[in-house]
Write a protein that binds this ligand. Structure first.
Ligand code: CU
Length: 139
């Protein structure tokens, strides 16, 4: 094998290995991000101008969930979860900490899914029509 061929094959093998590991470890959610049946769910969420990546989160009913945010955009962002009533700015909403995640900054949000199946809206308070997402709660 020439050096050049090895330089191509090795990274490819590494990528395949990482993908397999990700599949094996992704017990919940969309399989690439999430947790196991036993442990807490966590999602790593990138915040852009103005979107979340990913923006669909699948969790189990009653599951404790932690979102970890990194603001990769220039604008200030946050995440507000509508809660079990699926309405914003009501008592059961949950908001990221800090409320204002600045460019380059990080934040988090701990939340417990309701006990029933639901499709719950999330959005950024600063970009409520653009930065939106969905939490799918599965029974
Ligand atoms: Cu925003």
């Amino acid at each position: 094998m020439t050096g050049a061929a090895r330089a191509v094959i090795l990274p490819a093998a590494l990528i395949i290995t990482v993908c397999l590991l990700a599949l094996a470890c992704g017990g919940g959610g969309d399989g690439s991000n999430g947790g196991t049946d036993d442990g807490p769910f966590s999602f790593n969420v990138s915040m852009g101008d103005n979107f979340y990546e990913p923006n669909v989160f699948t969790v189990r009913a009653g599951q404790k969930v932690t979102f970890h945010f990194r603001n990769e955009g220039a604008a200030v962002h946050n995440m507000l979860i509508a809660g079990a009533d699926n309405k914003f700015n009501t008592e059961d909403d949950a908001l990221s900490e800090p409320r204002e995640i600045r460019s380059g900054g990080t934040g988090s949000l701990e939340w417990t899914a309701p006990d029933e199946a639901a499709v719950i809206k999330v959005r950024c308070e600063f970009h409520p029509t653009d930065s939106t997402g969905t939490i799918k709660v599965e029974k």
